[in-house]
Design a protein around this ligand. Structure first.
Ligand SMILES: Cc1cc2nc3c(=O)[nH]c(=O)nc-3n(C[C@H](O)[C@H](O)[C@H](O)COP(=O)(O)O)c2cc1C
Length: 441
């Protein structure tokens, strides 16, 4: 039994809940992403497993590449429509929807997340992203550049959080006797005039139940880390080794301190993709089956683009060592994932086949093993101070979720590392994050 008072935080990727080829498994419903009942199953099962939150990743474009034909890569429901629907069929689990600061207006998003927080009774979270593309769908020839996206994101957050403080917590007095529904002294008009936005306010939604919905953020470039350190509360990240994760964890928490925040105001969650078996051999066989069903050419071509690699891995011979990446590199799209893959190539000098097996979860660690070995791994990262928890990308539906919830979760609970019950009623309470007080008192 661990004596650690801290407990592991667990979030789940939805709908990226299925990696690569998992939709082709005989037991998987092929229409997973087209039928609400499957989302409902995922939410109910993960809530029974005491997961802290569902995390809905999102994009605002369809990548027209060969991978589109081969798996559920391109189409997804709007998370800000899906999350409230799931709020009605769950009671405890957090609902973290991705929202782009590049391709939205702050007033619209502030209103939607505040509404979600009320509908879910305090379980809303916003994964604040600058998006990996999509300008062509928003009156632009191309994607907005990295620096411009981040400058806009900083101001976007300030406007949204300012709008959430439009009303005092007790502004809506609803006093039938006097006929006073609203105390106008508790109204705060934002009147924001900035470089990117002019927003008067107030927001036409009452203050969110949690004060502010929980802010998730996943930046990993310098600008991304700065934004996460200033405003992020859940930090999503992809890390391949415990040493790299320790360095990232230390960096973002010390940058947070420079913004006057304490280390426990932000929780770092590396992604993992577990493949669980009763034995190692069974887990490996499950993984091999997934890989056999995965089309290597379209997968490698997609990951090469996703991570902005200088070469297309699908055009290299499968059993040759991947050439060393260029020393000087940069990209406007996803610099941190590019760095992760390049570092991996330099460190391990893999063949294309080995890299293919490593990157099936897009750069998140693939953990193949038994409930005990996977719990050992998570415990090691957690107790080493390299993670406050993990964001789990499942390798099969419903099997991958069931294997984790029925195998790994009880093992973590037995070790005293994971909650047996939800301690609070809001997402903030369950994460141990403080209520966000109104800046106007
Ligand atoms: C676990 C995880 C989930 C992410 N989910 C999304 C997403 O749903 N939508 C999106 O546009 N970007 C997503 N991203 C990308 C990040 O928002 C960010 O753009 C990326 O990590 C690059 O950061 P950088 O610009 O600081 O390099 C995700 C990143 C991680 C690590």
């Amino acid at each position: 039994m661990s004596t650690s008072p801290r407990k592991i935080i667990l979030g789940a990727f939805v709908p990226g809940v299925l990696t690569g080829s998992a939709w082709r498994l005989p037991e998987a419903p092929a229409d997973t992403f087209l039928d609400f009942d499957h989302y409902r199953y995922i939410a109910e099962k993960l809530e029974a497993g005491r997961f802290h939150a569902l995390f809905f990743n999102d994009s605002v474009k369809v990548d027209l590449d060969p991978g589109l034909e081969k798996g559920p890569n391109g189409v997804r429901w709007d998370p800000l429509v899906l999350a409230p629907a799931l709020a009605l069929v769950t009671r405890h689990i957090g609902l973290i929807a991705t929202g782009s600061t590049t391709y939205n207006e702050p007033y619209n998003l502030a209103r939607k997340y505040a509404s979600l927080d009320h509908i879910s009774k305090g379980r809303a979270g916003w994964n604040l992203v600058t998006s990996l593309g999509g300008g062509e769908n928003f009156n632009r020839a191309d994607h907005t550049g990295h620096d411009d996206r981040h400058a806009r994101a900083e101001e976007f957050y300030d406007v949204v959080s300012g709008l959430w403080d439009s009303w005092g917590d007790d502004a809506f007095v609803q006093d039938k006797a006097s006929g006073t529904w609203l105390d106008l002294d508790k109204l705060h008009v934002l009147d924001h005039q900035g470089k990117h936005f002019q927003v008067k306010g107030p927001l036409n939604v009452a203050r969110p139940i949690q004060g502010h919905p929980v802010i998730a953020q996943a930046g990993a470039s310098d600008a991304g880390i700065r934004l996460g350190a200033r405003v992020g509360e859940l930090i999503f990240t992809a890390q391949q080794t415990v040493e790299e994760s320790l360095a990232f964890y230390g960096q973002i928490k010390s940058e947070a301190a420079s913004f006057g925040r304490s280390a426990d105001e932000l929780l770092v969650l590396p992604g993992i993709s577990p493949v669980v078996g009763k034995t190692f051999a069974e887990a490996q066989a499950k993984y091999d089956r997934l890989q056999e069903l995965l089309d290597p050419v379209s997968f490698l071509s997609r990951i090469s683009r996703f991570a902005s690699l200088a070469y297309d891995l699908s055009e290299l011979p499968f059993d040759e060592v991947v050439p060393l990446p260029p020393e000087q590199f940069s990209t406007d799209s996803h610099p941190s994932r590019q760095k992760l893959v390049y570092d991996l190539i330099r460190r391990e000098r893999p063949t294309v086949r080995q890299l293919f097996n490593k990157l099936t979860a897009g750069g998140h660690r693939v953990l193949i093993g038994t409930p005990e070995s996977i719990a050992d791994d998570l415990q090691h990262w957690f107790e080493a101070g390299a993670a406050d928890g993990f964001n789990v990308m499942f390798s099969g539906l419903h099997s991958g979720i069931d294997d984790f919830v029925d195998g790994v979760v009880p093992e973590l609970q037995r070790r005293g590392l994971f909650q047996q019950e939800y301690p609070g009623s809001t997402l903030r309470e369950n994460l141990g994050l403080p209520y966000r007080r109104n800046r106007h008192g």
